[in-house]
Write a protein that binds this ligand. Structure first.
Ligand SMILES: NC(=O)c1ccc[n+]([C@@H]2O[C@H](COP(=O)([O-])OP(=O)(O)OC[C@H]3O[C@@H](n4cnc5c(N)ncnc54)[C@H](O)[C@@H]3O)[C@@H](O)[C@H]2O)c1
Length: 332
């Protein structure tokens, strides 16, 4: 079962939902912007902000804190922050004494609409090619998700756009109307519809044996770009927007997507795709060749048959994916 969703005000409503036996980990930027909300939760543990800290090293620092503060197997771990924090702290909890209960309090649009839903926790692995995204992780479901949408007031426009990219992905793979209408919805409506779409998919395939792969649309290319360019400040949602544009072009070639429809999709994604710094195409191809969806040495992609309908396990030559990205780059 998916983690239930609760809306409320952190300082007023969260304490009553938690046992006293708890440890709270908060993204350091979120803490400095919203310190007053945490008065009743002190002392809190501060997670270093930024994707470059989504590592085993940072996870170990948190495990040390759990150890030093006497956390037990039944201690509830609470993660407050964006998707980086919920992924890392969720993974730390999922492996603490082989699995402690945890609760997510997402604070970015991306985390509310996507990252904290569905029970995937993970950290990245720095490698000689680039950063391998979410390579070390566990499937583990939060006890519940607590949403205080007031956090979104301090999110800058660029971070919001990065979150919208994952929201548009939900529309592209499951619901064409949502893809076209999402930008007109308010935050709560967006979050509720994305939660609905993602939980329906995840409940039918919690550990990604099949259908859940549709949620990876844009991520074969997107994760590789992110793995190479995260040091330049490129955001996860921005990399995914680029990945979705490239994989939309691939969908015309390999999944029968209508080319006019593809143009419409790429046009709509354009504003979510900031200019990319230079990177080595060879390194990108190497990262894509090690994507988690690949099997028996074959690169398997999720593509679109039409807007709102995705297909998965489509074999695509890596060179074709690199070529699609080059074509998108030449147009933006
Ligand atoms: N587990 C999943 O299913 C899943 C799905 C999608 C993405 N992800 C992961 O999520 C991560 C991206 O999430 P993200 O975009 O939330 O990134 P993030 O957690 O790094 O947050 C982005 C930035 O916003 C800041 N921030 C967070 N909340 C804020 C607030 N309320 N006001 C102002 N600043 C705030 C953070 O300090 C950070 O600098 C990636 O690691 C990605 O792999 C996971």
């Amino acid at each position: 079962m998916s983690a239930p969703l609760r809306f409320g005000r952190l300082e007023k409503d969260l304490s009553g939902l938690l046992s006293k036996n708890r440890r709270i980990a908060v993204d350091e930027n979120v803490y400095s912007l919203h310190q007053k909300k945490f008065v009743d939760f002190e002392p809190v543990y501060l997670v270093r902000s930024g994707e470059k800290h989504k590592t085993l090293r940072e996870t170990e620092r948190f495990w040390q804190y759990l150890w030093d503060s006497g956390a037990e197997r039944k201690t509830t771990v609470v993660a407050v922050g964006g998707g980086m924090t919920t992924d890392l702290v969720g993974f730390a909890a999922a492996t603490w004494m082989r699995g402690a209960p945890f609760v997510f309090v997402p604070t970015t649009l991306l985390a509310m609409a996507d990252a904290c839903i569905g029970g995937k926790t993970a950290v990245d692995l720095p490698t000689s090619i680039g950063t391998a995204k979410n390579i070390i992780g566990a499937f583990a479901e939060a006890e519940f998700l607590f949403y205080d949408t007031r956090f979104l007031a301090t999110l800058d426009e660029r971070q919001r756009r990065a979150g919208m990219a994952e929201v548009l992905k939900h529309g592209l793979v499951c619901d064409a109307d949502y893809f076209f209408q999402a930008e007109n919805l308010d935050d709560e409506a967006l979050i509720r519809r994305s939660y609905e779409i993602k939980t329906a998919v995840v409940e039918s395939d919690p550990t990604e044996k099949g259908l859940r792969k549709i949620l990876n649309f844009g991520h074969s290319v997107g994760h590789a770009i992110e793995g190479l360019l995260m040091d330049t400040g490129l955001l996860h949602g921005e990399a995914v927007a680029w990945g979705m544009a490239a994989e939309t072009l691939l969908s015309v070639e390999f999944a029968g997507l209508d080319s006019i429809e593809a143009e419409t999709i790429v046009e709509k994604l354009r504003k979510y795709m900031p200019p990319l710094s230079n990177f080595s195409m060879h390194a990108m191809e190497s990262l894509m060749s090690k994507d988690k969806k690949n099997e028996a040495g074959k690169a398997l992609f999720t593509l679109l048959e039409r807007t709102g309908k995705a297909v998965y396990n489509v074999e695509v030559p890596i060179w074709a994916a690199a070529g699609a990205l080059e074509r998108v780059k030449s147009r933006v």
